[in-house]
Design a protein around this ligand. Sequence first.
Ligand code: GLU
Length: 474
Amino acid sequence: MPDVVTRFAPSPTGHLHIGGARTAVFSWLLARHFGGRFYLRIEDTDTLRSKQEYTDTILASMRWLGLDWDGAPVYQTQRAHLYDSFVDKLLATGHAYWCGCTPEEVEAMRELARQNHEKPRYNGKCRERRLGPGKGHCVRLKIPLTGKVIFDDMVKGRIAVDVGELDDMVIRRADGMSTYNLAVVADDSDMGVTHVLRGDDHVSNTPRQILIYQALGLPVPHFGHVPMILGHDRQKLSKRHGARSVIEYQRDGLLPQALVSYLARLGWSHGNQEIFSLEELISYFDGGNLNPAAAAFDPAKLEWANAQFLRGLPPGELARLVAPFVREEGLDETPEERLAGLCLLFRERAVDLRALARSFRPLLVPAAELVVDDKDAAKHLTESGREHLRALAEILRACESFDATSLNDALNSYVADNALSFKQVAPPLRTALMGFMGGSHLNEIMAFLGREETLKRVKRAAESTHRTTALRCL
Ligand code: GLU
């Protein structure tokens, strides 16, 4: 395949959202699969709605997702000269003409067409008038009078549109600004884009853009229009469906690999595989197998994908990633080595980095600050529960080494020697150590805490005043 060049062309009128990110993922993958180039173009010509803040967060989100782009980002607001040169060329070659019709006249033409049950369109009044520039004059593309625009969409298959459906569109407005479709063609052509993957809200622009390419005698890129992502109720995706912007996912502690893998899978498939590493995606994604039916966003599935990636990360790397979230939780600075230990203890249960960091809290606060759940205390720190804790305190104090294996042996012996069941011993111990009935294996928790801190917790619970609460609750 000759050089594949793709681009992602967001408008900075909001943060990068799920739909835009998926288009970016597809475009990036196509370029990387074929060893081509991937460009970023900021379509910021809508100066009223575009904001620098959004450009910044879009770039940051792209970086966070690992979607690196080639060269510097291109800004449409800096390229008016390019668009002008395209319009001038179209004028010079007779493929465009000046139009002096007022907006009211054009609206009247449209209204007449509507009354005749035709498509509302400009009637070509100025096509042959040979007008030049002048106040209120715009430039229109002179489209063919008959024929069809046909293209093979990478997602939707063959699309054919009769030129009768279109009209001589404005390519430069009366204020001198080039229009959207002209700018996109000028940019894509100038950047050498070979494959345009974008949302199918743009599918109606494509025949118009193709007519501009044809008028200029330029090669027409391949197009692929991916369907919008919907909510579970098949309605337009919004916050109420649990969809958030990429930057929010980042803040909440999602892993970028999980989001990329989930987004790629949303509208594309490779057998039944659900989870993909970046390398796998690059190797499998060739622009085929894109689903023409709209996919529904499922937050639970994204959460599941994230949990899979969390578990697959080496503890050291996970510790590095979770560290900022631990700080955000207001927990003391913890060496990464200890964080890695905590990751091993809790990663099976966490869905994202924030939840993972939160789950560390009981083990990172000093015994005196451990919050004990009233209900669990009432249920498990009973007279007999505290009796077990007193006995365990003695055993733990005497335990020769305080590693997970020795502690496991010690617990097992206590249960066996006293003809007890684990159900009698574990809940009070768990409540003592964690403050509630959650967490990981008891022996591992104690090994992590160390002897001193473990004993503090066990003693505190054994002597707890929760008895009064317990009695009250009973
Ligand atoms: N700026 C357009 C958008 O954000 C993309 C246009 C294109 O990809 O051609 O929807």
